[in-house]
Design a protein around this ligand. Structure first.
Ligand code: G6P
Ligand code: MG
Length: 222
């Protein structure tokens, strides 16, 4: 294993609750909708615009808004979201992640971020992790979102590595599918039933380690 390509939300820090709160606020204040709790999981790894399209579909509102209005609504949601994440500090780094980053660096593993979030650089700065990563792939520059492999391929390319030498790290079904489509080894955190396509699934981020990543990579390549 020469590289570890990380998703951000749900892997490095837990922002799903902030995304869901911001979408819920937009839905109730601007769309007259109450979002079911299941949307919190369903929208993990899904881009801002696609998330909004799914919400509009849920409310049967897709045809009510022009593309420009959809952009405006998405920008409004991002405003609520940015306000919520303003309070993030290094205390919001998920358990074990700082240790894991140290272990990977000790073994000269390149680190890159492959998040669908355009806010990834801001969030990493707030967490004090920005300088630990060798690259952050830009989701606005890739054609297809997860489950397509594009962002993980961009993450490997950004550190000049062959995807087969990389482990991708995810918490979402769409993300695991993206990692596998990129021909990388997938390590996931969460429910093994939901994330069964990954090469290894652990219950918490504190279960991540260099040893787990290396062993999973070795096994998946043979
Ligand atoms: C992550 C989250 C998604 C979010 C997406 C875009 O993948 O899991 O819920 O919609 O990023 O985030 P952004 O910060 O660009 O709106
Ligand atoms: Mg995620």
């Amino acid at each position: 294993m020469k590289g570890a390509i990380f998703d951000l939300d749900g892997v490095i820090t837990d922002t799903a609750k902030f995304h869901f709160a911001a979408w819920s606020q937009l839905a109730s204040e601007k769309l007259g909708l109450k979002l079911p709790a299941s949307f919190e999981t369903e929208l993990k790894g899904i881009s801002r615009i696609e998330s909004l399209e799914r919400i509009l579909d849920f409310g049967g509102l897709r045809d009510k808004y022009t593309a420009e209005q959809v952009e405006e609504l998405a920008a409004e949601k991002n405003g609520y979201y940015l306000k919520a994440i303003d309070t993030l500090t290094k205390d919001d780094i998920l358990p074990g992640i700082t240790r894991l980053i140290g272990e990977l660096k000790e073994h000269d593993v390149k680190l890159s971020v492959a998040s669908a979030s355009k806010n990834a650089p801001v969030i990493l700065k707030k967490l004090g992790l920005f300088d630990k990563f060798d690259a952050i792939a830009d989701p606005s520059k890739v054609e297809h979102g997860k489950p397509a492999p594009d962002i993980f391929l961009a993450g490997a390319r950004a550190v000049s590595l062959d995807p087969k030498d990389c482990v991708g790290v995810e918490d979402a079904v769409a993300g695991v599918a993206a990692i596998k489509a990129a021909n990388m080894t997938a390590v996931a955190v969460g429910d093994p039933e939901e994330l069964g396509k990954a090469d290894a699934v652990v219950p918490t981020t504190d279960d991540f380690s260099y040893a787990l990543f290396e062993e999973t990579w070795e096994k998946s390549r043979n």
